[in-house]
Each structure stands twice: as structure tokens, then as C-alpha cells.
Design a protein around this ligand. Structure first.
Ligand code: AFP
Length: 322
């Protein structure tokens, strides 16, 4: 096992980027502690507020957002931030070059049941000379990300990180407070017999996804001629971690449940960073129509369909969408 700093420097990352990532991780260690305290911390349950997306905020959503926002803005490393829990972008240091998008606590409905949650982040460079108060600086495709990662607060606290040269996995050594490298260059198996989807939405899916899942469920007696297993954690961070560890296909497809909201997952701070981590580990990440990392965003809270994971299985799923 190796400690985090040498690995980041080996990647050829600038000192500034390493410092920015360390700053985010400092907040994540604090969140890890609070999540680990559970009911003892007095922060389980909901607030009386909703975020701009109409979702009830959990107390831990608000706390995690505040921790990351404060540490980033105080660090001086960021020109602006965009968060799931902030209605608008927040301006930082006008002379800084990085912008950070983040979901402070993905899967926060799991907090009350002591199940998996995590923080997801995406780092890009702001265009030179840009205005920190202008949200247009975030309107860049995910392929411009210079780093992406998540910290999963589970039985152990795990960091998946990519700075564009593979995806590495670290485990927080809580005795020393350091993230130690536990998997160099994660590699998602190209084939899988496992998928993840919220099947309760089945009647609302488009025909392509209905047909694809029906063929998986038909198992060895169907056209795929093999049995598939299903998992659903209700926290993308947990499902993607499983895919990184042992392969699989994860999808949150378009549905017609609410015609004004055909997609669930957010592009800037969910789909983009996960797509980078998955592609850097040899997998694919697509919407069914386009590669996620090629999408030109039009809003910081934009939502997209997501199909990601084992390369051959994602490609098979995409054949149903043609
Ligand atoms: P929350 O962060 O609001 O709990 O949402 C989690 C999430 O965006 C994503 O992480 C999950 O994959 C998905 O929603 C779960 O959706 P369902 O509620 O349909 O299971």
C-alpha cells in the first residue's frame, strides 16, 4: 500500500491540482466521520427545505455541502463551484484556474438506514479571463475534466480518483487519516452478468430499455442465453463502485413518469465524473444517444440518461437503442 501524495505527483499533476484534490479530501474525511457517527451525530433525518430540484434536503446534505463549499472557497484554489445543493454557482477566487462541480452527499436517502452514500466531484479549468460569477464557465463537456472522483462512505471509506491516466482506488486509513492506494489502475471486466436499474419504473421506460431488460430477465432461456443477476443500491456512488470493482451495467434511463423530468441523474456532478472514472477503467458511459463526456451542457443542474459499465454489455444495450 502506498500513500496518496506520491501517486498523484507521479501522474504529472500540477501542485495546484494536488492541493485542490487534497482540500476536497479534507472535507470528505470530516463527512466520513459525521456519517460514521450515524444517529450519535444528531444529523440524520430531513430539513424542512427543498433544493432547486424540488428534492427534500437531508440534514447531512446541507452539512456536507457547507463543509465542501467553505473549504473550497477558503482555499483560494477555485474560481467557482457548482453543487447539487446550491441553486446557482458560487464565485470564488477570480485568479484561480479551477472550477469544481460536486454532489456533496449522493444517495442521501440512505443515511437514515445506515446504507451507502458518497461525495462525487469533478474538476475542470475555467476559460482564461472568465468571470467567476458567470455560470457559463461550467458549460463545458465532460471530456474537459482534468480530474474526477468519488468518496464512498461504506464499511470502509473509499476514494476512486482519476486525473486522466487511469482510475485508482484508495482506502482511508482512519488511524492515520490518510488515503492509501489499494488498487492501482482499476479495470472493469468487459463482460458481465450483473445489471443495476430501478425496475419499479419499468412501465415508464422507452421501448429500447424495456426490450433490453426483458432479454436480460429471460436469462438462459432468452436470446442472451445466460442468466443475469440484479443489484440496486439507490446511490449511484455505491452502484458505480461495484461496477468498478467487479463489472456490471448501471443505468438510470429516460422514463415518462414525470414528462417534465424525463431523466434523473445530473450531468455535471454525477454523470460526468462517473463517466470519466468508468472510461478511465476501460468501461463505457453513454446516454443511449451519445457518449456522456461529449455532451455540451446548457444548465448546471441538467439531467441526462445514463448507461455505464462493462464495455461489451453497454455496447449490447446500445444496439437496442439504434
Ligand atoms: P439522492 O442523492 O437524492 O438520494 O438520489 C440518489 C440518486 O440521484 C442516485 O445516486 C441513485 O442512483 C438514484 O438517485 C436513485 O434513484 P431511485 O430513488 O429511483 O432509486
Amino acid at each position: 500500500m502506498r500513500r496518496l501524495p506520491p501517486v498523484l505527483f507521479e501522474d504529472g499533476c500540477s501542485r495546484e491540482l494536488v492541493s485542490l484534490i487534497r482540500t476536497i479530501l479534507a472535507a470528505c474525511k470530516e463527512i466520513s466521520f459525521r456519517v460514521g457517527q450515524g444517529a450519535l451525530s444528531g444529523v440524520l433525518g430531513s430539513t424542512l427545505d427543498e433544493n432547486i430540484q424540488g428534492e427534500t434536503q437531508k440534514k447531512l446534505d446541507v452539512l456536507s455541502n457547507q463543509l465542501i463549499k467553505d473549504i473550497l472557497l477558503e482555499s483560494g484554489y477555485v474560481k467557482a463551484i457548482a453543487s447539487e445543493e446550491e441553486d446557482y454557482t458560487v464565485a470564488g477566487n477570480p485568479d484561480a484556474k479551477f472550477i469544481v462541480s460536486f454532489d456533496p452527499l449522493d444517495g442521501s436517502s440512505n443515511t437514515d438506514i445506515n446504507s451507502l452514500v458518497g461525495t462525487i466531484f469533478s474538476i475542470m479549468e475555467a476559460p482564461e479571463g472568465s468571470d467567476p460569477a458567470d455560470p457559463a464557465i461550467f458549460m463545458q463537456p465532460g471530456k474537459n475534466q482534468i480530474a474526477a472522483g468519488y468518496v464512498l462512505y461504506g464499511p470502509s471509506t473509499t476514494l476512486a480518483l482519476s486525473t486522466g491516466k487511469g482510475t485508482r482506488i484508495f482506502t482511508l486509513d482512519k488511524t492515520h487519516g490518510s488515503f492509501l492506494l489499494t488498487e492501482n489502475f482499476a479495470k472493469i471486466p468487459e463482460d458481465t452478468q450483473e445489471f443495476a436499474i430501478n425496475a419499479s419504473n419499468q412501465r415508464h421506460w422507452q421501448p429500447a430499455m424495456k426490450d433490453y431488460i426483458a432479454d436480460l430477465l429471460a436469462g438462459s432461456e432468452g436470446p442472451r442465453q445466460k442468466n443475469f443477476n440484479m443489484r440496486w443500491i439507490a446511490a449511484m456512488v455505491g452502484d458505480v463502485h461495484r461496477v468498478l470493482c467487479r463489472g456490471g451495467l448501471f443505468t438510470y434511463p429516460a422514463d415518462t413518469k414525470n414528462p417534465e423530468k424525463p431523466y434523473k441523474l445530473r450531468l455535471l456532478y454525477e454523470a460526468n465524473p462517473m463517466a470519466m472514472l468508468v472510461e478511465q477503467a476501460g468501461g463505457l458511459a453513454h446516454t443511449g444517444e451519445t457518449r456522456i463526456l461529449d455532451i455540451e451542457p446548457n444548465d448546471i443542474h441538467q439531467r441526462v440518461a445514463v448507461i455505464l459499465g462493462s464495455k461489451n454489455e453497454v455496447e449490447t444495450c446500445l444496439t437496442y437503442h439504434k
